[in-house]
Design a protein around this ligand. Structure first.
Ligand code: AVI
Length: 738
């Protein structure tokens, strides 16, 4: 285990020092008690580089006090000068050291001599602690005790590994019996998230890596109130969890394959039943007990297999902050195996892998000198674990405690708890209104005789990316036709626009089309993009401000389906509206009329509007544009269901719906539908919706126009047609309305 450093100085009072002396004696005695039943042969085993001999742990923890405390005070007589080399673990600043993988070769000094070394150090430490000491030294002593507690845990985990490699599978000691573990209810604990404080605070001891305390943002989330159990892990194995690459991170898959992982470390199947090596030798696995000895890679694969994820260390800490660590199953329970009760318990049993890489908190600085080596230099390539295990000393752990191991390591008592993002409809804060409107719209739409979903819900991040793909498809002529038409008409349009005019765009997309106009119409005074999404608006505005330094960019966050108030200082300017892309075609007739009316109000009686319309043409061309060969439109359509699953926690089986686009000749529109491939029931926000085999959800209309009928409809909203430009075939139209 890595050594950490205290950031909190011990109180420099006589009482505190007396308490520290008692604590010193208690901790040191506990180490000796752990080793008491072990033979010299047991104590010298080093089964792998990561696991050190018990004898070495006993000596190294004494070396810590000798090096960092006793050698700094006058009059101390070093026990043996060779020990500085033998028992230095990794502190480059205090001199060279014996190679870690070769600690098992240290048959000398003997167990007896190491015992003498411990007594020598203890005598000197007790004498020292009986005089008044300064705060700095007391802090290092407290650190040394916490360090020793870490090594106490390692004595047990390393010994378990050593004994597991002995065909006799010896026991460290008889296992204290406990009631069989009850099956847990397995509930989700929900957390609203927001800005939370993370890291150590207060007067108690903490390692330096637990600070500085700082703010972190948590998106609403859920945590399982129980650890993943052996029984669940058996299901994972039976379902092919170790054989299916799709569950695994690439590094984990490769490591697992290379090392032939088929079950957690120590698991063995005997006559059809799973057993595991424990500190009491081989024992049948209790299916309700928490799984242990899994690597981060395995924990992460399991979470994916279950459609969940590991919690971040911040989510874990926020959830554990108000719980009492003392109630957990720690070493003092004497069980020395994970045996959690069903009640919510976040401490003890197993160290819980988190999704967080072990990195410094903002503002962290490693202290100067050798002690600064303890933590800072390990903040790379390791993952954080939280909570303590069944072999951790009870007093050692707290909610802010950060343990860390490499993602492949599994000889520690390491397990996991599942987490998930809270479905949007269940969230209290942030997007709650938006999400509950989405839920209402979806539930309402699916309750209609012809089930329907609003096409505006296509455009989440994934949907917008798919739409960008659609615009590049060979069959989807609309974008290409409109872009080239805009290039052609820009000079003529520009000539019709007086200097100082303001261009007002309804919605802001990629801005490719806008740029065609901006490049040509250098007489424009300002550009006002209107969009409901403040985020994409800000990005668009920043990009354009960089590229058009002489143009005022004045974004307005608003729903362009409403009347929009433009910035006051633009009052009196001539306004030119822009609504490209045949986006109006996705509105109902009523909505389109409403849009035109409100655009008239926004742009004023002297305002003009440039609007892009896809024109009616042969059915084959139309159908091909919405049934592309690459299946991008199909994916775009189905993403609506995936989005509902993601954001509303619904259970659509997206693969059971297929894309259909048809031409409705009467209504002059392409209709997009999702066809249920079977009879099925879907639950959304607690309501069930049944689908007959072949039943469809109507997801979008894409109206196609003839110019005269459109002009007649627009006239009812106060617009008259000024000019029409038509592209080549397939024909797309751009109209100037005034
Ligand atoms: C955004 N809108 C104009 C597109 C259209 O063609 O109606 C949306 C679309 N739906 C499927 N493909 C493209």
């Amino acid at each position: 285990m890595n050594l950490h450093q205290s950031v909190v100085p011990a109180a420099n009072t006589e009482e505190a020092q007396a308490a520290l002396l008692v604590r010193y004696q208690t901790v040191r005695a506990a180490t000796e008690e752990l080793a008491a039943s072990l033979s010299p042969e047991d104590q010298n085993l080093q089964p792998m580089a990561d696991a050190s001999p018990v004898k070495w742990h006993r000596a190294h923890t004494s070396w810590f006090f000798e090096t960092f405390v006793l050698k700094t005070v006058r009059g101390y007589v070093e026990f043996d000068p060779h020990y500085a080399y033998l028992f230095n673990s990794y502190y480059g600043a205090v001199g060279p050291r014996h190679a870690r993988p070769e600690r098992g070769l240290l048959s000398r000094p003997s167990v007896e001599e190491v015992g003498e070394y411990r007594r020598h150090v203890d005598d000197a430490m007790v004498a020292l602690l009986s005089q008044p000491l300064d705060a700095e030294l007391l802090t290092v002593i407290e650190l040394g005790l916490n360090h020793e507690e870490q090594h106490q845990e390692l004595i047990l985990t390393d010994l378990l590994y050593a004994f597991s490699r002995n065909p006799l599978r010896p026991a460290y000691g008889p296992m204290k019996s406990a009631e069989a573990v009850r099956k847990a209810s397995g509930e989700w604990l929900t957390f609203d998230g927001g800005i939370v404080e993370i890291g150590h605070t207060g007067d108690g001891f903490a390692f330096d890596n637990e600070g500085p305390r700082h703010s972190a943002i948590l998106i609403p989330y859920r945590l399982s109130n129980v650890l993943v159990t052996n029984g669940e892990w058996m299901e994972f194995i039976e379902a092919g969890g170790y054989r299916e690459e799709k569950h695994w991170l690439s590094d984990g898959w490769q490591y697992g394959q290379a090392n032939d992982w088929q079950a957690p470390l120590y698991w063995e199947k005997r006559e059809g039943q799973w057993w595991s090596m424990t500190l009491s030798g081989m024992q049948p696995l209790d299916p309700h007990a928490p799984v242990a000895h899994v690597s981060f890679y395995e924990a992460d694969a399991f979470a994916r297999f279950r459609g969940k994820r590991l919690p971040t260390e911040f989510e874990w800490e926020h959830a554990a902050a108000s719980l009492d660590p003392a109630t957990g199953n720690f070493r003092e329970s004497g069980l020395l195996r994970p045996a959690s009760s069903p009640d919510t318990q976040m401490f003890g049993d197993v160290w819980e892998w988190t999704a967080s890489a072990y990195a410094p908190y903002p503002g962290y600085r490693a202290p100067d000198g050798a002690i600064g080596e303890y933590n800072g230099k390990f903040m790379i390539n390791q993952m954080v674990l939280r909570g303590g295990s069944c072999v951790t000393p009870r007093v050692h752990v707290r909610a802010t405690y950060r343990n860390f191991f490499y993602p492949h390591q599994r000889w520690q008592f390491s397990g996991l708890r599942l987490a998930e993002d809270m479905p949007r409809h269940a969230r209290k804060h942030d997007t709650n209104d938006e999400a509950s409107q989405f839920l209402k719209d979806v539930q309402h739409g699916l309750s209609q005789p012809q089930k329907q979903l609003g096409s505006k819900y296509f455009y989440d991040g994934r949907g917008s990316a798919l739409f960008d793909e659609i615009c590049k498809l060979p069959e989807y002529y609309l974008t290409r036709a409109e872009v080239s038409l805009l290039r052609d008409l820009a000079p003529e349009l520009s000539a019709m626009v007086e200097p100082g005019t303001v261009l007002v765009e309804f919605g802001c997309g990629s801005c490719l089309k806008t740029r065609i106009l901006l490049n040509r119409m250098t007489q424009l005074a300002a550009y006002v993009p209107i969009d409901i999404c403040g985020y994409s608006l800000a990005r668009t505005a920043a990009d354009l401000a960089r590229d058009y330094p002489d143009l005022a960019i004045r974004p307005v966050t608003a729903d362009f389906m409403e009347t929009v108030a433009l910035p006051d200082d633009l009052a009196g300017r001539s306004l030119l509206g822009f609504f490209p892309g045949s986006t109006i075609g996705n509105l109902t007739d009523e909505e389109a009329a409403g849009f035109l009316k409100r655009a008239r109000e926004t742009l004023g009686p002297r305002g003009r509007l440039v609007i892009g319309l896809d024109l009616i043409k042969d059915t084959e061309t139309l159908l091909a544009a919405y049934n592309d060969a690459a299946g991008v439109t199909a994916e775009f359509n189905r993403n609506m269901l995936a989005r509902i699953n993601r954001e509303l926690g619904a259970d659509f089986d997206v693969s059971c719906f297929s894309h259909r686009a048809i031409w409705n000749a009467q209504q002059h529109r392409i209709e997009m539908h999702l066809v249920s491939d079977r009879q099925q029931i879907v639950t959304i926000g607690g309501r069930s919706f049944s689908f007959a085999d072949g039943e469809t959800i109507h997801t979008e209309n894409c109206h196609k126009y003839d110019v005269d009928s459109f002009a007649a409809a627009a006239a009812k909203s106060g617009w008259s047609l000024q000019r029409v430009w038509r592209s080549g075939q397939p024909e797309f139209g751009i109209l100037l309305l005034a």
